[in-house]
Design a protein around this ligand. Structure first.
Ligand code: 13P
Length: 235
């Protein structure tokens, strides 16, 4: 599979950001890159329309574990899929910080797969855990409790202390963590790295063993920097 270069816009964007899909589709990127934009849920429809004739894929940032019904404020995975989106980010640390458990992430992933979406299951350790030397064990535990029993999915390893901080994990640490994750899940899922990925560090990160792509926050809000990251996709 190609490396997945995914934009997590988080809670950013307005209706006119649909134009960014065209900007990205016209940008020069590596043929090895699969391009994904995950906007806030209210923009999914506009972005899916804007991306319909392009190589850009659209995804959501979360979905419900439940089927359609009385769940105020939740978003049904079946609706996300019906709009034309193909992926959903699940278990991002910014959601886990609000109390989302591994079991809920797993239930959401299974519901997403049942609806035809490919989940991107996020995992990552805090700075305390890393400094205690327990990062690999904690992340693998979290992962094994969060992934679906069956179906296709991807993984994003995002050390919490590297998100939005400008601090990037050392390449050796990324390689070690991705190897530990690969050993736990076997072939199948791509393992993306996320946490302060920028055009200046993307080449080194995307060339690292077992890195199957990047999940990009801040640097994905401008298409020139997001495309500059995607230019470094290699496999
Ligand atoms: P930054 O790229 O802004 O560090 O965010 C990473 C992230 O959380 C992507 O999901």
């Amino acid at each position: 599979m190609k490396q997945l270069i995914a934009a997590n816009w988080k809670m950013n964007g307005m209706p006119d950001w649909a134009e960014k899909v065209g900007e990205l589709a016209r940008a020069e990127v590596s043929g090895a890159a699969e391009l994904l934009i995950c906007p806030p849920a209210p923009l999914l429809s506009l972005l899916c329309e804007a991306a319909s004739d392009s190589a850009v894929t659209i995804g959501a940032q979360d979905c419900s574990a439940d089927e359609a019904g009385a769940h105020t404020g939740e978003t049904d995975a079946a609706l996300i899929a019906a709009l034309g989106a193909r992926y959903v980010i699940l278990g991002h640390s910014e959601r886990r910080a609000g109390g989302e458990s591994d079991a809920l992430v797993k239930a959401k992933a299974e519901r997403a797969i049942a609806c035809g979406l490919r989940p991107i299951v996020c995992v990552g350790e805090s700075l305390d855990v890393r400094e205690a030397g327990e990062a690999n064990a904690v992340v693998v535990d979290q992962l094994l409790s969060s992934i679906p029993e069956t179906g296709d999915y991807d993984i994003a390893y995002e050390p919490i202390w590297a998100i939005g901080t400008g601090r990037v994990a050392e390449v050796a640490d990324i390689a070690e963590m991705h190897a530990a994750i690969r050993a736990a899940v076997k072939p199948g899922p791509r393992i993306l790295y996320g946490g302060s990925v920028k055009p200046a560090n993307a080449q080194e990160i995307l060339a690292t063993s077992e890195v199957g792509g990047a999940l990009v926050g801040g640097a994905s809000l401008q298409m020139d920097s997001f495309a500059a990251i995607a230019l470094h996709a290699i496999r």
